[in-house]
Design a protein around this ligand. Structure first.
Ligand code: NDP
Length: 314
C-alpha cells in the first residue's frame, strides 16, 4: 500500500500547495497530501507528519505518530505537544538557511557599524555630518547562540574582519572563535561587545534573557540585533535602555506578537529598526530535499532523524 503523509499547516492554501508539490517532487517512498483537504481517518495509522505552523490539536488526531518533520527551524510552539504525545520532533536543519541567516547578521552588523541609522536621521534634518569610520577590527560582535545559525553568522562576521565572541549553553570550541557560556559568559559578552546578534532558540531559559539587569551592566551604547524570537527580549527593558542611551540601536526582526501591533512604540522609535520577520525564510527547494531525504530514509531504514531534546526545548 502506498503511504500518504499528512501535511498539517496554517500557512494558506496556495503556500501549502506549493510546499506539497516541492515535497512530492523529491519523495520516492510516499506521497504528501493536505491534512485539511483529507478525512482525518485516512491518517489513523500515520507514523510521520510534515508540519508548518500547525494547530497542535490536529497532531493529537494522529494516534500512531512516531515523528514529525517541521519545515521551520524554530519549534518552540510544538515542544509541549511532542512531550505530551511522545513523538520525536525533527526541526529543519538546512545549510542554505544558515547561509541566508549569516548574510542577514552581516547586513545588519554593517548597517550599525557604518552608522546608517544615524545618517538616515541626519538626512531627515538635512545635516551634512561625517562620522568617524572605524575598522571592523575595532568592533566586537557578540553572537548569542552558537548553533547551526549562530555559528555560520559568527564565521561570516569574522571573515569580514569583525572581532567575534560567541555565547552558548555548553562550553565549546568553535573553529577558533572564542566562545563563552553561563551567566558570567553572558555578562562578559554584554560588557565588551559593541553589537550583539541574537540567534538563540526560545526556551524557558532564554525567555526574556535580555532584561533590565543585563542591559544596565552592558557596554554603554551597545546595539542589539534580534534575529531569533521576540520573547527573548524584555520589550519594556529594551525601550527604557534605548531611551536612557544605554542601548544605541536595536534591529528587530522578531516580536512578541507578529505582525507588530500598529500602536507599538517600536514603530516610531528612532533607535529601532523594525523588520517583518524576513531574516531567513525557509528555502522551499533545499528544505523539501532535506525533509524528503529524512522521510525516505525512515521508510527504507527505519531511522528517525535526530530530534529536538524536549527537556532542553531545542
Ligand atoms: P541550534 O539549536 O542549532 O542552536 C542553538 C544555540 O543556542 C546553541 O549554541 C545552544 O547552546 C544555544 N543555547 C540554547 N539555550 C541556551 C541557553 N540557555 N544559554 C546559552 N545558549 C543557549 O539553533 P539554530 O541555530 O538552528 O536556530 C536558532 C534559532 O533561530 C531558532 O530556534 C529560531 O527561533 C531562530 N530562527 C529565526 C529565523 C528568522 O527568520 N528570524 C529563521 C530560523 C530560525 P549549545 O551549543 O551549548 O547547545
Amino acid at each position: 500500500m502506498h503511504v500518504k503523509i499528512p501535511f498539517i499547516s496554517r500557512i494558506g492554501a496556495e503556500e501549502e500547495e506549493a510546499w506539497i508539490e516541492a515535497l512530492n517532487k523529491e519523495l520516492s517512498s510516499c506521497t504528501v497530501v493536505s491534512y485539511s483537504k483529507s478525512r482525518s481517518e485516512e491518517f489513523s495509522l500515520s507514523e510521520v507528519a510534515l508540519v508548518a505552523n500547525p494547530n497542535p490539536q490536529d497532531l493529537r488526531a494522529l494516534p500512531k505518530l512516531r515523528w514529525v518533520q517541521s519545515l521551520w527551524s524554530g519549534v518552540e510552539a510544538l515542544i509541549e505537544t511532542a512531550r505530551s504525545q511522545d513523538f520525536a520532533l525533527v526541526r529543519m536543519k538546512d545549510p542554505q538557511l544558515a547561509q541566508t541567516m549569516s548574510e542577514a547578521a552581516l547586513t545588519w552588523t554593517l548597517y550599525l557599524h557604518r552608522s546608517i541609522p544615524k545618517y538616515r536621521q541626519q538626512q531627515n534634518k538635512k545635516l551634512w555630518i561625517k562620522r568617524k569610520l572605524k575598522q571592523p577590527s575595532e568592533c566586537t560582535v557578540g553572537v548569542l547562540g552558537m548553533g547551526a545559525l549562530g555559528h555560520a553568522a559568527a564565521e561570516r562576521l569574522r571573515a569580514n574582519g569583525f572581532k567575534v565572541v560567541g555565547w552558548s549553553r555548553t562550553e565549546r570550541e568553535s573553529n577558533g572563535i572564542r566562545c563563552v557560556c553561563g551567566d558570567s559568559g553572558l555578562l562578559e559578552v554584554f560588557s565588551m561587545a559593541n553589537i550583539v546578534v541574537i540567534l538563540l532558540p526560545l526556551t524557558q531559559h532564554t525567555l526574556r534573557i535580555i532584561n533590565k539587569p543585563l542591559l544596565t551592566k552592558a557596554n554603554p551604547g551597545i546595539s542589539i540585533i534580534n534575529l531569533a524570537r521576540g520573547q527573548v527580549i524584555d520589550e519594556e527593558a529594551l525601550l527604557a535602555a534605548l531611551d536612557d542611551g544605554l542601548v544605541d540601536h536595536a534591529v528587530l526582526d522578531v516580536f512578541d506578537n507578529e505582525p507588530l501591533e500598529q500602536s507599538h512604540p517600536y514603530w516610531k522609535h528612532p533607535g529601532v529598526t523594525v523588520l517583518p520577520h524576513v531574516s531567513a525564510p525557509t528555502n522551499k527547494s533545499t528544505a523539501a530535499k532535506i525533509a524528503a531525504l529524512n522521510i525516505d530514509r525512515y521508510f527504507s531504514e527505519g531511522a528517525v532523524p535526530t530530534e529536538v531534546d524536549s527537556q532542553l526545548g531545542y
